[in-house]
Design a protein around this ligand. Structure first.
Ligand code: ADP
Ligand code: ADP
Length: 228
């Protein structure tokens, strides 16, 4: 589904943020990138949807180089969830979720149905939440909306960059449980960045441990725990 082939990223000063990494993420896999701050996790993630260009190597999605996709085609197929709550404050929850479906030209009726379904998926009552503004939601609720917004137009891939790390421990645990439940239903290919090993072990099908732009270990949570 997603293949990294000797991918390298050097920023202008010459530091190699990512240093010739190769791996393959399977369809429907929950893949967690973990490692200390500055090891290249966010850089790896942002290269997948071409938010930043590669310096060397190739990334393939479904066997096709990402550089050969039209950029909108690529990004519409990739949902992106950030750490910072990134909802548009002046828009309602429904309008926030509808951004990409609208760009794709969905009908108002189809969008409404989809918003209802998505809110229900994460336990937010559609009648209550649809017309609220983001400021009327708790941090955990806003981040739930961030997740379903990324899912709105049914992309194949979801990128998540420390999506729960700004939350208090209780909301965080609840969101982790939600995402496990959600993944059982939707089976997306998820690339999830965290620096929290407990979170990685809880969520991942496979964990990719990075350090200084390189892969140190790659395996299932069991394999990673048994070979520390
Ligand atoms: P992580 O997500 O693991 O914390 P990043 O991918 O953000 O790591 O960063 C990897 C390395 O690249 C770090 O040394 C960071 O300082 C550097 N870096 C990240 N973004 C830039 C940038 N825009 N310009 C220069 N260096 C950067
Ligand atoms: P994110 O919020 O996606 O994790 P980072 O924390 O890595 O992003 O970086 C925040 C901003 O600072 C980004 O715009 C990134 O490009 C920039 N940045 C990060 N590290 C460096 C660096 N060493 N030199 C210059 N810019 C950097």
């Amino acid at each position: 589904m997603i293949t990294f082939n000797h991918v390298t990223k050097s920023y202008s000063q010459g530091t190699k943020a990512v240093d010739s990494i190769s791996f393959e993420i399977k369809k429907g896999e929950f893949f967690v990138l973990i490692g200390p701050s500055g090891c290249g996790k966010t850089t790896s993630l942002k290269m997948i949807n071409r938010l930043i260009p590669l310096s060397d190597g190739t990334i393939y999605i479904n066997g096709k180089r990402i550089s050969d996709y039209e950029v909108n085609e690529l990004r519409w197929n990739i949902g992106y969830v950030l750490q910072q709550i990134a909802l548009f404050p002046h828009m309602t929850i429904e309008e926030n979720i509808a951004v990409v479906p609208e760009m794709k030209g969905w009908s108002a009726e189809k969008i409404k149905t989809r918003v209802t379904e998505l809110l229900e998926m994460v336990g937010l009552d559609p009648d209550t939440y649809r017309n609220r503004k983001p400021s009327q939601l708790s941090g955990g609720e806003q981040q739930r909306v961030g997740v379903i917004r990324a899912l709105a137009a049914d992309p194949d891939i979801i990128l998540m960059d420390e999506p729960f790390s700004a939350l208090d421990p209780i909301s965080r645990e609840k969101l982790q449980d939600d995402i496990i439940h959600l993944q059982k239903t939707i089976r997306k290919t998820i690339v999830f960045v965290t620096h929290d090993m407990q979170e990685a072990i809880k969520l991942a099908d496979r964990i990719c441990l990075m350090k200084d732009g390189k892969i140190v270990q790659l395996g299932t949570p069991e394999e990673i725990m048994n070979h520390p």
